[in-house]
Design a protein around this ligand. Sequence first.
Ligand code: DX5
Ligand code: ZN
Length: 222
Amino acid sequence: MNPRINPSILAADFVNMQAELARIASADFAHVDVMDNHFVPNLTFGPQMVERIQATSPIPLDVHLMITDPDRWAPGYAELGAASVTFHLEAAADPVSLARRLRGIGARAGVAIKPGTAGEALYDILDEFDQILVMTVEPGFGGQGFMPETMPKLRALREQARRRGSDVWLQVDGGISFDTIAQAAEAGADTFVAGSAVYGADDVEAAVTGLRDRARAASLEG
Ligand code: DX5
Ligand code: ZN
């Protein structure tokens, strides 16, 4: 497994975004957290800002929509060129149709589940998605502690994907650090979002490499 490391720009300096994006050029995707102060109690930015990030980023965008009514808003992020668009299962009226629309525009389609949401509802529709995001904190804020109680759900999703011959990516987001990434890799994650662990490091590039190496080692052991 070649683990993907997606730094979350939620932990970056918003008024120096161009320089902050340049610092993560060796990562796989820039993780972009869109929050609407409705689905989650925090507010970041919308399509206008993401369009500028898309134009500026040296690496493709992994957009994580923590918003109400993604059926209406998510396709716009695919249209502006985001490589990957992930919406929340809890917020979508018709997740399968929405995923098909995202793929039709040319984006990878992702679906996210909060810590309290079961994974079973996704088993029979795994093929509709390119990525499943298992939240390892309650969505809304960076810098929270990793919730190990989400690992059995991740492990079960990995097992379902294996059984069904699915190549869906399994992503984790929240509290991922050098200390926690091994647990998630061992449970079956292959794509890792890290905000504070990357942007809080003295050497951002070394943090990306260190996280990737740690995840690779743990997935081989697992
Ligand atoms: C939280 C966001 C995360 C956040 C992760 O709701 O979805 O992407 O930026 O930040 P850390 O890695 O600091 O937990
Ligand atoms: Zn996120």
